[in-house]
Unconditional design. Structure first.
Length: 125
């Protein structure tokens, strides 16, 4: 998720009356069958959709309930990515050695702590 969209989603205030589950219901009427999406606790009508859009009405309800968990997952993934990026940077900064023919190399013992996210000083004790 784009950082701007993430920020917008977190700061958009839907209002207290929208907290809690939303429900979709098929409605038969002389004017034409359709679906409604309502706030379960208050009965507030949120949307009316044509009869062919029942799956969209259901998606609206499920997505509303799942959205906070998706934002939390996105935040965790961003944090994990930052941690992995730092570990890769630390691994790239590991001291290199040069052998007789000029080729550079690293020792596993030198690079492992950075890649594994462990403390090299603790491992030596």
């Amino acid at each position: 998720m784009d950082a701007n969209l993430d920020y917008e989603a977190r700061t958009y205030d839907l209002g207290e009356w929208l907290t809690g589950p939303w429900v979709q219901q098929p409605v038969e009427s002389p004017d034409g069958d359709h679906y409604t999406v309502t706030h379960k606790a208050s009965g507030q009508l949120l949307a009316t959709l044509p009869d062919w859009a029942g799956s969209i009405a259901l998606w609206m309800c499920v997505a509303r309930d799942a959205f906070p968990a998706l934002l939390a997952d996105n935040e965790q993934l961003r944090a994990d990515n930052e941690g992995l990026t730092k570990r890769l940077h630390d691994a790239a900064m590991t001291r290199t050695w040069t052998n007789e023919d000029g080729k550079k190399f690293v020792f596993v013992e030198d690079i492992a702590p950075a890649l594994l996210g462990t403390d090299a000083k603790k491992e030596q004790t």
